[in-house]
Write a protein that binds this ligand. Structure first.
Ligand SMILES: [Fe+2]
Length: 386
């Protein structure tokens, strides 16, 4: 039975090596006359912010910089970015960085045109007014945040992560320049690339998948299967970097419309307590959940196995589907990412608490192809402990 659904995404993507040089044209298209750039200290230290600042200087448009976004940003960071914005009075926001910086750029843009407190916007589509025009420039190939309408923030008082989902947070323009990702170290390349793969797989196998998201996700999985090892082994390979940037963006376009699933629900639950990087969490949880979910939609898992080059012809259905897990485990081995829970110093006593938090992520669990209970989650954690 078909359900009534919709597909939304950003209206413009400019891409290709060196495309950051074109930002002046994009600012003019958005009628920008005062720019606030939002980024993080790592991007500043790596010299990537200087690259953007040089191009912005040539445009002659006044710009101010807020570079205090931290990884796993807390709600308090938004208060500081808003302060910086109110002091400078921009009419356009540029986000430069990984998912955290882009998320803070998105939420800052809408909180400048919607009265606080921020708490009233946590949830789905609760932001009434459009924000300032946004230009988003990713410097990692992972989160796909440049094309999603979600911002995830840490609530440190309650040790949980909370999301704002709003169509007003879609960027006006996205710039995909692989040269900005060339300096990423191999470990970050591996973790962020795996996060992109999990986005594509959770969106592809989830109950809210549509023909629009299926075609995007299959292409994203194919690109990651054939480029992540290369980008990890040789970060200077610009073609592999470009393909990974396309893959994470394409997967982001899809999952923004479906949401993710059990891998992300578990990653948020474990991450809320143990503070491991998001990409690492989704990477090591991925094969466990694939095994669990496979019964619900084996055909999708066979398609994933094929995207990884596995030969599935003539095999019984479940045997063919299981090749997808074999392929992902082999990728994780090559990227030196362990998928046993014990490797990450997570204690068995916290399993019930993790299970409870996992089930509370309704936005994610409701897209999972297989029904999940707290007992299932504890069993998954036990089965993959060592
Ligand atoms: Fe993710």
């Amino acid at each position: 039975m078909s359900v009534i659904s919709s597909f939304n995404t950003v209206r413009r993507i400019v891409h290709g090596a060196g495309c950051i040089e074109k930002i002046g044209e994009e600012i003019r298209r958005c009628c920008g006359s005062r720019i606030l750039v939002i980024t993080d200290p790592g991007i500043k230290a790596a010299g990537v912010l200087d690259m953007l600042a040089r191009v912005l200087e040539k445009t002659g448009v006044p710009a101010s910089y807020f570079s205090d976004v931290e990884p796993d940003p807390k709600i308090e960071v938004v208060e500081r970015s808003l302060e910086a914005a109110r002091a400078f009075q921009p009419d356009i926001i540029i986000g430069l960085g990984g998912g955290s910086s882009l998320d803070i750029a998105k939420v800052t843009s809408v909180l400048l045109t919607n009265d606080g407190p921020i708490e009233k916007y946590f949830g789905m589509e609760l932001v009434p007014n459009p924000g300032l025009p946004l230009i988003l420039i990713p410097t990692t190939a992972g989160t796909g945040s440049e094309v999603t309408s979600i911002c995830v923030l840490s609530d440190t008082r309650n040790h949980v992560k909370k999301g704002i989902v709003s169509e007003h947070m879609y960027a006006r323009v996205v710039l995909l320049d692989p040269e900005l990702t060339a300096g990423l170290p191999p470990r970050i390349t591996a973790m962020t690339g795996m996060d992109a793969l999990v986005h594509a797989m959770e969106s592809f196998t989830g109950v809210r998948a549509t023909p629009f998201t299926d075609c995007l996700n299959q292409e994203a999985i194919r690109l990651i299967a054939s480029n992540l090892r290369i980008a990890f082994a040789n970060g200077a390979n610009l073609q592999a970097r470009e393909n990974m940037l396309y893959a994470s963006c394409i997967a982001g376009m899809a999952f923004s419309n479906t949401q993710n699933g059990l891998v992300h629900a578990l990653a948020l639950a474990i991450g809320g307590k143990y503070h491991l990087p998001h990409g690492l969490l989704t990477a090591f949880i991925c094969p466990w959940v694939m095994e669990f979910n496979m019964l619900a939609t084996p055909g999708k898992f066979i398609a994933i196995a094929r995207s990884f080059g596995e030969r599935t012809d003539g095999l019984p259905v479940m045997e063919a589907a299981r090749l997808s897990v074999k392929a992902v485990k082999s990728l994780l081995d090559d990227l030196s990412i362990s998928y046993t829970l014990k490797s990450y110093d997570i204690h068995r006593e916290s399993f019930p608490e993790i299970a409870k938090a996992t089930l509370s992520a309704v936005r994610l669990i409701s897209n999972n192809p297989r029904t999940v209970t707290e007992k299932d989650v504890v069993a998954l954690l036990e089965a993959n402990y060592e």
